[in-house]
Structure formats: structure tokens, C-alpha cells
Design a protein around this ligand. Structure first.
Ligand SMILES: Nc1ncnc2c1ncn2[C@@H]1O[C@H](COP(=O)(O)OP(=O)(O)OP(=O)(O)O)[C@@H](O)[C@H]1O
Length: 235
């Protein structure tokens, strides 16, 4: 797929003839310098934005042929998205924030299902708390629970630990890893942090709007070496 922002002399090619696959049931990290196209890839792959050319296939469904209405429906049911800024509604409790996607999809959220997903992210005892009453790590876990409540095929996460200190960030990463190991949840995560990337099964490096190498079963050291250029032989 390709994606260019703007036109004429203001055109910025963000993705250039990208061809990349992400395995189901695995945690994949995407890394690369600022402006290399990571967020654009995530937005396009999640159906939040459209590619100019090419195909995006999630499971069996090809997104680029879908109408806006069908794409919105598919996003609500098959795709979860977590952002760096947790984007929770401050007036709502954890439970109410988590049930929001079900309400938007016109479903009546069952309390048991909502409690279950909060338990899966380790927040069974925080259901009645509002975001301001929780730590950053807990708020991000509520955001992840909200993304998981529709049981999406893919969870996309754009720098999910970017706003967290290293200890709470670690808790979120352990939880993402457990979702993959225990439930075979498919997760695709953009990160700048080699430690965060080391929780992944595979790291795909982006440069100038294209994949530029990968590491399997990465260690933080190997990722850092690859990013500074000294690990060119490692990928
Ligand atoms: N809405 C937009 N309008 C115009 N150009 C954009 C827009 N969004 C991104 N770009 C440009 O597209 C290119 C890729 O941006 P993108 O945000 O995907 O990179 P990134 O790798 O996620 O960067 P970062 O690590 O800084 O978040 C950059 O040159 C950026 O300036």
C-alpha cells in the first residue's frame, strides 16, 4: 500500500509501496525514526484512515473496498485501538468507559462481560473508579480493556507506554504479553522504546515509509543496537 499526505509541492509520502504481514496470535512491534510512517501504517491498517493504493486485509476482510459505513462497523467489532494518551472519558467509571464500544455498537453491555474484561487486565477491583482516581498504568489498562471488550481480531497500540514511567509501563507490557500468551490475542504496537519492543515476538523496523529490516525474538540490547546502526548484521 501507499499513502501520501497533501498534494503537489506539499505532498508528503508517508508509506511507499509497503508490503508487510503481521502474524495472528503474536505481538509485533513497529519501530523507526520519527516521521518514518509508523503511525500512518497503524491508522491505515486499523481502518481509521485510507491508503491511496493497495490492499489492507484483516483476517478475511479487505478494508479498502468497504464503504465508510461498513468500515465503521468492522472497526467497532474487529479492531481495537489504544493510544498513548489513554483517551478515557473522565466523568465515567472504568466500567462505563469499557462498556462504551458496546453501547456505540447498539448492544446492551452485560455487566458480567464488562467485569470479565476488567479482570483480564487485572482491574477487577477498580470497576467503580473514575480515571482521576487511578494511576496512569491503570488508566491505560482500562483503555486496553475498552479496546478488548468487543473481542477484536487485532489490537493496535500506538506507543501504549509512551506516557507511563518505566515501572507502570512494564506492568502494561507484561499484561499485553499475557494477552498474547494466554489468549492468542493479535497485537501490533508502535514503540520508540527498545525495552517495550523486547516484549514482542518480532520487531519490524521502518525507515522512510517502508519496512527496513526485522528482528525475531528481540532482546532490548539487539533492538537498541539495530536502532543505532551497530546491529545491522543482527537483522
Ligand atoms: N495529517 C498529516 N498531514 C500531513 N502530513 C502528515 C500527516 N500525518 C503525518 N504526516 C507526515 O507523514 C510522515 C509519516 O508520519 P507518521 O506520523 O506516520 O510517522 P511516525 O513514524 O509515526 O512518526 P513519530 O514517531 O514522530 O510519531 C511524516 O513526514 C509526517 O510529517
Amino acid at each position: 500500500m501507499s499513502k501520501t499526505y497533501g498534494t503537489g509541492s506539499a505532498a508528503v509520502p508517508a508509506l511507499r509501496d509497503v508490503s508487510v504481514e503481521f502474524a495472528a496470535g503474536a505481538l509485533t512491534a513497529i519501530m523507526g525514526p520519527s516521521g518514518s510512517g509508523k503511525s500512518t501504517l497503524l491508522q491505515v491498517a486499523a481502518g481509521l484512515d485510507r491508503a491511496d493504493t493497495g490492499e489492507i486485509v484483516v483476517g478475511e476482510v479487505e478494508l479498502s473496498r468497504l464503504s465508510e459505513t461498513r468500515l465503521t462497523l468492522l472497526r467497532r467489532t474487529h479492531i481495537g485501538f489504544v493510544f498513548q494518551a489513554f483517551n478515557l472519558l473522565p466523568a465515567l467509571t472504568a466500567e462505563q468507559n469499557v462498556s462504551l464500544p458496546l453501547r456505540l455498537a447498539g448492544k446492551r453491555p452485560g455487566r458480567a462481560a464488562v467485569r470479565d474484561v476488567l479482570a483480564r487486565v487485572g482491574l477487577a477491583d477498580r470497576a467503580r473508579h473514575r480515571p482521576a482516581e487511578m494511576s496512569g498504568g491503570q488508566q491505560q489498562r482500562v483503555a486496553i480493556a475498552r479496546a478488548l471488550v468487543t473481542r477484536p481480531a487485532v489490537l493496535f497500540a500506538d506507543e501504549p507506554t509512551g506516557a507511563l514511567d518505566s515501572v507502570t509501563g512494564r506492568e502494561v507490557l507484561v499484561m499485553l504479553r499475557e494477552l498474547v500468551d494466554r489468549e492468542r490475542q493479535t497485537i501490533i504496537m508502535v514503540t520508540h522504546d527498545p525495552v517495550a519492543a523486547s516484549y514482542a515476538d518480532r520487531v519490524v523496523f521502518f525507515a522512510d515509509g517502508r519496512p527496513a529490516g526485522e528482528l525475531l525474538r528481540p532482546t532490548a540490547e539487539a533492538v537498541a543496537a539495530r536502532m543505532t546502526g551497530s546491529g545491522a548484521l543482527a537483522c
